[in-house]
Design a protein around this ligand. Structure first.
Ligand code: NDP
Length: 461
């Protein structure tokens, strides 16, 4: 049995950061990862997805180019296999960089599955090697929610498989209307697939600002994404050509691929946590305190597996804070994303993009009576010469009495870039007068955020 100070289970964003930082504080660290280093974000999530999104945006760029005087020699052709090859190469490069970083930090790596035998013992399932660890950190992330067990569910893909599709499906049915469903629906549509989104609610992105949801859905519809609301996929069958998704209203949709994106659940099955004394949450999440420790003092967890905020930067921040606290005696890392007042800037990489931070209009009205709404809906400068129907949409949610900006919601080009900086402003407790006092950058879309003068709506007057 080998002694270590820390055994990390899972080599994704949270686990890698915690392992590296702990090793930097002088801890003897081992890490087990049964798949590929980098986790969902690097291997089959954010990074390859963003590369595919960028690929999908060229279609419009080619169309727009003519409006700016470009004469393209022939209709451009998209090569899915070539994109896949290049994305795979980039992902492999990043994976190697993660490996190097950990090795350079002195972390002992094991390509194996780990089982927690007791609060201080980990066994590797493949090699059988056992470790006695002062601390065990669970950073196993999340896995696609299987959804209701419908007939033919095994014929559907999750986001994990999309990155392995050897060819581009011509007709795609997407079930769900959250981050993953919309990002893939949009990028596949822009790459030329025929895309139908089947959603159980009336509108996409439940939980986001209602105006934003409406605007985004209309923009996606204008690109040819078809939405079938208030419906569900009842079964999936093999058809003479590809698949057929049968909806609960009897409608039959022919498809080459069915993608189900119904959320992600903590990846805790078979880890041994319960036997070690940690009762899991309803979705299998690991309950931890604000510092990332479970009710068993030597067992800890960060990232998606804790079922709090399922975003890479949250996992990284939690892994850093945890390792700094436990091995560096440092308490300084602020976890501003946690708790009822947590601020979580986030983006949905559709085209146009969504950027959001803080309270929606509906959430703000539940907390405060005096809310001013500032709204802007305009044609971005690029659309003028391009002749496209693209529109930028913005909303500020402001508490009138304090002037505090409680929420910023954006749909449009570069909304992800804008919302990062809006997140800084909200973290600094910016007020509407602060925005008004900020000089605009002209001509830009972001300048609208500091030039909206008159509320579009005043609640509680
Ligand atoms: P989301 O929670 O965003 O969306 C899940 C979708 O599935 C919703 O539309 C939901 O509908 C629907 N759904 C859930 N259960 C059922 C069911 N039984 N039948 C029909 N529809 C159902 O999850 P995703 O899988 O899209 O993504 C998981 C998480 O990963 C995100 O929440 C986000 O935190 C993270 N992520 C972040 C990205 C980013 O930052 N850009 C990109 C991708 C993922 P309803 O709304 O009605 O509940």
């Amino acid at each position: 049995m080998k002694d270590v100070d820390l055994f990390v289970i899972g080599g994704g964003s949270g686990g890698v950061r915690a392992a590296r930082v702990a090793a930097g504080h002088g801890a003897r660290v081992a890490l087990a990862e049964s798949y590929r280093l980098g986790g969902t974000c690097v291997i089959r999530g954010c990074v390859p997805k963003k590369l595919m999104v960028l690929a999908s945006r060229f279609a419009q760029a080619f169309d727009d180019a003519a409006g700016f005087g470009w004469v393209l020699p022939a209709a451009p052709r998209f090569d899915w296999a070539e994109l896949k090859r290049r994305v795979d190469t980039e992902v492999a490069r990043l994976e190697a960089a993660y490996r190097r970083t950990l090795e350079d930090a002195g972390v002992e790596l094991h390509a194996d599955r780990a089982l927690i035998e007791d609060p201080h013992t980990v066994r590797l399932m493949g090699s059988g090697q056992r470790f006695r660890a002062r601390h065990i950190l669970v950073a196993t992330g999340a896995t696609p929610e299987a959804g209701p067990p419908i007939p033919g569910a095994e014929l559907a893909a999750s986001s994990n498989e999309v990155f392995q599709w050897p060819t581009q499906p011509r007709r795609v049915v997407v079930q769900g209307a959250g981050y993953i469903a919309l990002e893939f629906a949009c990028l596949l549509r822009r790459l030329g697939s025929d895309v139908t989104v089947v959603l159980r609610g009336e509108r996409v992105l439940r939980g986001f600002d209602d105006g934003l949801r409406e605007h985004l859905q209309a923009q996606l519809e204008a690109q040819g994404v078809r939405f079938l609301a208030c419906r569900s996929v009842a079964s999936i069958e093999r058809a003479s050509e590809g698949l057929a998704a049968v909806l609960d209203d009897g409608q039959l949709l022919q498809a080459d691929a069915v993608l189900r994106a119904l959320g992600r659940v903590p990846h805790t099955a078979g880890l041994g946590l319960e036997a070690a004394g940690v009762a899991l949450g309803p979705d299998g999440g690991v309950p931890v305190d604000a510092g990332g420790t479970t009710r068993v003092p030597s067992l800890h967890a960060v990232g998606d597996v804790t079922d709090r905020v399922q975003l890479t930067p949250a996992a990284i921040r939690e892994g850093q804070a945890w390792a700094d606290r436990v091995f560096g005696g440092i308490e300084r890392t602020r976890l501003s994303h946690l708790g009822p007042d947590g601020l979580v800037p986030s983006a949905v990489f559709t085209t146009p993009e969504v950027g959001t931070v803080g309270l929606t209009e509906a959430q703000a009205l539940l907390r405060h009576a005096d809310i001013d709404i500032y709204r802007s809906d305009f044609r971005p400068i690029r659309a003028t010469l391009a002749g496209s129907s693209e529109r930028m949409w913005m909303k500020l949610v402001v508490q009138r009495s304090s002037g505090r900006v409680l929420g910023v919601h954006l749909v449009g080009a570069e909304a992800a870039e804008m919302i990062q900086l809006a997140g800084v402003a909200l973290t600094l407790a910016a007020t509407k007068p602060d925005l008004d006092a900020t000089l605009a950058v002209h001509p830009s879309a972001a300048e609208e955020l500091v030039t909206m003068r008159v509320p579009a709506q005043q609640h509680g007057l």
